[in-house]
Every structure is written in structure tokens, then in C-alpha cells.
Design a protein around this ligand. Sequence first.
Ligand SMILES: [Zn+2]
Length: 244
Amino acid sequence: MYIDAHNHLDLYGDKLHKTINIINKKKIKTLACSMDEKSYLLVKNLSKENSLIVPCFGIHPWNAHKNSNYLERFDTYIKETPIIGEIGLDFHWVLEDYKYPHQIKVLEYFFKKANEYNKITNLHTKGAEYEILKLIKQYNLRTPIIHWYSGPFDILKKLLDYGCYFTISVDIGYSKITEEMVKYIPIERILTETDGPTALKWINGKYGYPDYIINIVEKISTLKKITGEEAKEKIYNNFKLLFK
Ligand SMILES: [Zn+2]
């Protein structure tokens, strides 16, 4: 089985049916992240009919300022979701300073709950890698999954020391930093992700379907000097271990 540990199924629109067929045909276990309440309810519904789809509830840092005053109402979702995400901080793409305190407030709320319910988190760290590391330690989080990391290498090392897992995304083969990361991170801590249809588009102009995960596994195997089948097996085992 393939692992897509960070996707956004709500972004496929009229191509959702085709996307789910691909997930079924290629057997891709999918962590279906949400950005807000609406996208969570959509993936939660999809998961009822499909055991390959795992719904994840989170408020994305881009939406934090719109939700920071209503956090208590999310408690039921946080309690029921198998994994919390996508949550995090983004000081890189979000340029308006006034939004940062909202991001921090939302993230601390989710981290507090993640600790309380012993949940795994799926984290966005863009431009805020140090702050995320600090908060992970402060809230004593259980093995977070760091999504599409592109920050400083010294923080990456500290996140690894903490026990974090890293999802390798669609820029493998296009990014020198990602290549260096894949070589550095032990295979036991590597997962794979496609991050919705627009991530690949951003990289090479093509619409991204979940079966792009096969290319990612193949490229990881080349960098790790193992066979594609071995890489697939190891990533699947990492995923299984993570939830034990
Ligand atoms: Zn995402």
C-alpha cells in the first residue's frame, strides 16, 4: 500500500470522483487534511465509505484569523479526528503581521488538545520552523508529522531528535534542498505526500493526482539506494508504527 500522508481532497472539485478511483485502484492510504470546518466535514463524509481515506481535522494557519475567536466549538472535531491537521504557522507566505498572533493562538489551542488527547499532528511550518520546534517541546507532543519541510537544516536535525516524521512532497526531483533532506533523514522517519492538485502544478505546471506518490517513492528509493518496492514497504511500515 502507498501512503499519502498529506493531501487535500476538498480541492479536487469536479475531479474528486476520478481522484477517489485512483486512490482505490493504486491502494493509497490517504491522510485527508482539512483547512477549516467545511473541508473537514467533506473529508469526514468521504471517509465513511472508504477505509483508505483518513479524515484529519485542523484549522490551517492561513485561516487562523477567521477562526481564532471560536475555538471551543472545534473541541468535538478535535476529539473525534484520528489525526489533527493541517495546523501550524506560516510567517513566509502570510505577509500581514496582524495575523501572526491569531495563528499562534489557534496553534496553541490545538497543541494543548493534542497533548490532552494524545493525538498525532500534521504540521505546516513555513518560515516558522523555530517557533514550531519550541511549541512541540513545550506541549510535549506525540510524534508530529512535519509536512513538506523546507526550513533550516539545524532545526530539521532538532525535529528529528525529537522524533518527528517528515513527508516528502512533489518537489522531489526538482529541489536540491529536498534531495539533501531525503539523503539525510533516516528512511524510518520518511513518509510521502502529494498535498492536493495544486502542489504539483506549482512545481511543474501539471495537475496533481494522488498516484504521483508512485513517482515520489521511486525518487526516494533512488536517493536511498534501495529498490522501489523496499521504499514502498518501509514507508508503509513507518506509517503503521506511527499509530501504534
Ligand atoms: Zn497542505
